[in-house]
Write a protein that binds this ligand. Structure first.
Ligand code: NAD
Length: 438
């Protein structure tokens, strides 16, 4: 076995000490898909096509460890569909990454891009790894070797990775550099859009870091407006305090809303008077998690789930709101920051309880929308200001929100199914126009 290097040498990447219990998340995708396909009467041939992923790449690759010796790693990239544009989706470093999880996440990416009208297909990938067990330099070599192993399965006009759980702009910079080093020297400059979510200096976009949280907050604002609900004085709780959770929490604060409960992999905390999300974000960055935050009481998972609040933003992992946990929820709105946080049984319970849901494929689409903006800026050698990025993001996500609302009314169905119907109708139309080769 490999001896790991000291904690101080590690990246700031946080990882669960114990992975969430594994359930087959791809089964959820299939159930959600079938419900929408049945309701809209999706063409049976298109249904066959969209029920399967296009490509599933599994790579095993060796990496030299700091203390000598080699460890083998398993990486995945699943490309679900690219009829609307290049494959697009994040890379996750987590012990629970497996082929079914990546299939599910890739499929959701196809729907998401179609719902928000951006010219991308869906993909996702990752490495089955607990990154907290590896040093900064080991994570760099693992990332570079994974990129090399993927080879031409990714590319700026073909399949464009981005950050996801336990990956960040630093990891995107290593992928970019490794990919470019495999290109002929005279082609490198026109390929920096091979990844999005890059650091600004390496070709990233302003506003990408907060984009998913910003999109969630724009969606919540729209929901509040439509329901005549004042966000000023409203209470909210957040599960997961990484990129998506912390940005959502911080961006909701200026509306006068009060963050009262937070959970991450290190524990859960509560303060009825309000937790300052900016202060908590600094604390979590320093200490590697929210546990021990001095201005809130520590609570257990069940108490966290039962918190009485107006808005719940799940922004951690999938399958958090299920038949077992949904009965505890005591909120008006679930704004899904994570991908797949609510399973189909959880959905039914929330519906019975009269809890509104802004589904993941709409609510967390800010990340892929601003990734698209980054990609466009790279292709055009442009650099947009933050105001421009934010106002274009708002326009895209509010437009999608209104389209989904329209389908909810047309089909008298729930928001998730309505969102799927938009995606499936669009994909069906394109397949019918183009036909099936040969
Ligand atoms: P991240 O790695 O930055 O943060 C993940 C957070 O979840 C951490 O705070 C971690 O402690 C917490 N967590 C992990 N397991 C947990 C558990 N069992 N219980 C409670 N908390 C737990 O990841 P992220 O980029 O913020 O992604 C979070 C979710 O949002 C994922 O579902 C991801 O697919 C989705 N998402 C991310 C983006 C993006 O732009 N990063 C875009 C769309 C959707």
């Amino acid at each position: 076995m490999i001896t790991k290097t000291s904690k101080t040498a590690r990246t700031s990447i946080k990882v669960p000490s114990k992975p969430a219990e594994k359930t087959n998340v791809y089964r959820n995708v299939v159930r959600q898909f079938n419900k929408a396909a049945d309701l809209m009467g999706l063409d049976p041939d298109i249904r066959k096509i969209l029920s399967m992923t296009n490509n599933e790449i599994i790579v095993h690759f060796p990496v030299k460890m700091d203390e000598g010796g080699v460890e083998m790693f398993t990486g995945y990239r699943v490309q679900h569909n690219n009829v609307l544009g290049p494959y697009k989706g994040g890379l996750r470093y987590h012990p629970a990454v497996d082929i079914d999880e990546v299939r599910a996440l890739a499929t959701w990416m196809t729907w998401k891009a179609a719902i928000v009208h951006i010219p991308y297909g869906g993909a996702k990938g990752g490495i089955q790894i607990d990154p907290s067990s590896y040093s900064f330099t080991e994570i760099e070599r693992i990332t570079r070797r994974f990129t090399y192993a993927l080879g031409n399965n990714i590319g700026p006009e073909y399949d464009i990775p981005a950050p996801d759980v336990n990956t960040n702009s630093q990891i995107m910079a290593w992928i970019l550099d490794t990919y470019l080093m495999t290109m002929p020297a005279n082609e490198r400059q026109r390929c920096i859009h091979v990844v999005t979510g890059k650091p600004l200096e390496a070709g990233g976009s302003v506003g990408r870091d907060k984009a998913t949280g910003q999109g969630i907050v724009f969606s919540i604002e729209k929901w509040a407006e439509d329901h005549g609900f004042s966000l000023d004085g409203a209470s909210y709780m957040v599960q997961g305090f990484g990129n998506v959770g912390s940005w959502s929490a911080r961006l909701l604060k200026p509306y006068g809303s009060r963050l009262i409960a937070v959970e991450d992999v290190t524990g859960a905390i509560f303060n009825k008077a309000g937790i300052d999300p900016d202060n908590l974000a600094s604390y979590a960055k320093e200490s590697g998690g929210i546990s021990g935050y001095p201005h809130a009481a520590s609570i257990d998972h069940r108490t966290f789930l039962s918190t009485s609040a107006d808005i719940f933003i799940p922004a951690a992992l999938e399958n958090q709101i299920t038949e077992e946990t949904a009965p505890f929820l005591n909120v008006k709105l679930v704004a899904e920051g994570a991908n797949g946080p609510t399973d189909p049984d959880g959905d039914l319970i929330l519906e019975k309880k009269g809890i509104d849901i802004i589904p993941d494929v709409l609510c967390n689409s800010g990340g892929v929308i601003v990734s698209y903006f980054e990609w466009l800026q790279n292709k055009r050698s442009e650099f947009w200001e933050l105001d421009e990025v934010d106002s274009k993001l708002r326009h895209k996500i509010i437009g999608a929100y209104e389209r989904v609302h329209g389908r909810v009314n047309d089909y008298e169905t729930d928001w998730r199914t309505a969102a799927y119907i938009i995606a499936l109708s669009r994909l069906e139309k394109v397949y019918k126009e183009r036909g099936i080769f040969p």
